[in-house]
Design a protein around this ligand. Structure first.
Ligand SMILES: *[C@@H]1O[C@H](CO)[C@@H](O)[C@H](O)[C@H]1NC(C)=O
Length: 154
């Protein structure tokens, strides 16, 4: 890993650990357990936790790639108690610094969940593609949305 990347990764980790004590590490699973994905994901941290409605939530995904990634996209799908409610596509390079060299990298995705989002149990599925539209990884994890923001909102 290059020095700058190491510093960035370390700074991000420090930031998550020290500044954001409400961050939560979450269990991640691959969409297809039999597939050997080119990008391995070791964990996800969600800040704040539980996610508050109408406020940005940050999903920091720690990953490792076996080959350099020049660019690509992220497809994110959110489900509520198993119901697909939201999907969006992002340029991979807006969520991590491109090009990604072989080794560890972090994808940081921030998103504001709509104010009407009911509290409860959600799951998020994230697929990563490279510029040749080849699926590099597909992961899923659960998170919950609290009642917190509804107080200040209304
Ligand atoms: C995308 O990933 C596939 C599989 O790892 C690889 O063969 C291909 O060269 C990659 N494309 C680019 C543009 O990196």
């Amino acid at each position: 890993m290059e020095m700058m990347q190491l510093v960035k990764l370390w700074a991000l980790t420090l930031c998550l650990v020290v500044v954001l004590p409400l961050a939560q590490a979450t269990d991640v699973s691959y969409c297809d357990k039999k597939t050997e994905y080119g990008v391995k994901v070791s964990g996800v941290e969600i800040t704040p936790y539980p996610v508050a409605r109408g406020q940005p939530a940050t999903f920091s995904i720690a990953a490792t790639t076996g080959e350099p990634i020049t660019g690509g996209k992220l497809v994110i799908e959110v489900s509520y108690f198993g119901w697909h409610i939201h999907s969006e596509t992002h340029d991979l390079c807006t969520e991590t610094s491109c090009p990604v060299s072989e080794g560890d990298f972090v994808v940081s995705h921030s998103q504001v969940l709509p104010g009407f989002t009911p509290p409860g149990s959600y799951s998020l599925k994230m697929k990563m593609y490279n510029t040749s539209n080849k699926e590099l990884t597909c992961i899923g994890f659960d998170f919950s949305i609290g009642f917190a923001a509804s107080v200040s909102e209304s």
